[in-house]
Design a protein. Structure first.
Length: 386
């Protein structure tokens, strides 16, 4: 196989998971702007996700969020997905939208609240059994707002205990992905603020516990690709939640704020052997003012472009320059790949996959946007909390 053929083959096997919540309405704490045609049920979210896969060819799974995507019959939901050519992906838990969680969930000082939170996580594993999902994604809003508010060490013990109970419930082939976030909604301490804390918990738990890197959850200027390289070296990179940030956790389209950073991350993934199904490439975005389905298609394409550039790095030339201590040449080799216009290559890849080379134009021409606006009348639009 030529080198270019190998790059194309790799791009064809790429899989980007889209999040059910990105198809529903979202906003800021100031306002949620409703859009016409937005799904009203988890089934309709899957219908939209299937369109993203139909036109990109690389978005075969959809992450669910419980309780937002709670249904009577999860096997029926999985069947509905299958009939449309997609599958259910990670199950995301929600321990942040109940009054009981004001002071935390699994780290709460009251054992009864912790019990409720852990029971929810266990219910999520039951759902994984029904949907055939591999990954349970955990993000905790737990933390404190004021120094002295709670004992930060005791909170770590409570967290460890909760995680151990859920870990023990995981079946064969199931994993726990622990997500960290620097701050928000807690403003003083966050109980899982960084990759080190997440990694320490995962290490204690065992190999089914893996760290998930949400690109929006870092301080400005953080070298995320270094974190990625380190977690891959340690065999603990479970996946990504891709999105873009300008200021804090902005949840904008991935690759919108800093495509160069996305390239550097994808290069470390490729370099570290992480371009496999063991690393889940998920989007975690909210499309507050832009049309949702085309924005998700655009995001998938942005991930593809960064991946293509990362795959095109001339690793032999790079290694030679690094061995020679040729700083400028090593940097130039990396930048050559970054500056390559990979859009023609990706158009070819899509054509070879039997797809339209321009997924956004194809989506616009297919009439789905008009159809959902006409048909999804009445009922309650999906959004935060639904
Ligand atoms: C909140 O910051 C958040 O965006 C986390 O990143 C989760 O992954 C996501 O919500 C869904 O719960
Ligand atoms: Mn996330």
């Amino acid at each position: 196989m030529t080198e270019l053929a190998a790059v194309k083959a790799a791009l064809k096997t790429q899989a980007v998971e889209t999040p059910s919540w990105a198809y529903g309405n979202s906003g800021t704490r100031f306002k949620v702007f409703a859009q016409a045609g937005v799904p009203r049920t988890p089934f309709e979210k899957l219908d939209d996700a299937a369109k993203v896969h139909e036109f990109t060819g690389v978005a075969p799974t959809v992450a669910l969020h419980i309780p937002w995507d709670r249904v009577e019959d999860y096997a029926a939901l999985a069947r509905h997905a299958g009939e449309r050519g997609v599958k259910l992906g990670a199950i995301n838990s929600n321990t942040f939208q109940d009054d009981d969680y004001k002071l935390g969930s699994v780290c709460h000082p009251d054992a009864a609240v912790r019990r409720k939170a852990v029971d929810h996580l266990l219910e999520c594993v039951d759902i994984m059994d029904a949907t055939g999902s591999r990954d349970l994604k955990l993000w905790f809003a737990d933390g404190t707002n004021y120094p002295g508010q709670d004992d930060v060490r005791a909170r770590q013990d409570r967290l460890a205990q909760a995680l151990a109970e859920v870990y023990g419930r995981l079946g064969d082939g199931q994993r726990m992905l622990l997500e960290y976030k620097l701050f928000e909604p807690a403003f003083y301490t966050t109980d899982v603020p960084d990759w080190g804390t997440a990694y320490a918990h995962c290490l204690r738990l065992g190999p089914k516990a893996q760290v998930v890197v949400d690109t929006g959850h870092h301080a400005p200027g953080t070298n995320i690709e270094f974190i990625v390289a380190t977690l891959l070296r340690e065999g603990r990179l479970g996946g990504f939640d891709f999105n873009s940030r300008f200021y804090a956790d902005d949840d904008l389209m991935v690759g919108a704020a800093d495509p160069f950073q996305l390239f550097r991350i994808m290069y470390e993934v490729v370099r570290g052997g992480g371009f496999t199904s063991e690393v889940a490439f998920m989007l975690d975005q909210c499309h507050n003012i832009e049309a949702k389905i085309p924005a998700i298609i655009r995001s998938v394409m942005n991930v593809q472009e960064a991946t293509a550039k990362a795959l095109l790095v001339d690793r032999e030339a790079l290694a030679a320059a690094q061995r020679a201590g040729d700083v400028l040449e090593a940097n130039a080799v990396l930048m050559d790949a970054y500056h390559t216009d990979v859009r023609p290559l990706l158009r070819e890849v899509r054509e070879e996959m039997g797809l339209d080379p321009d997924p956004i134009a194809a989506y616009r021409a297919c009439g789905w946007a008009e159809k959902i606006v006409a048909e999804r009348v009445g009922g309650r639009q999906a959004g935060w909390g639904a």
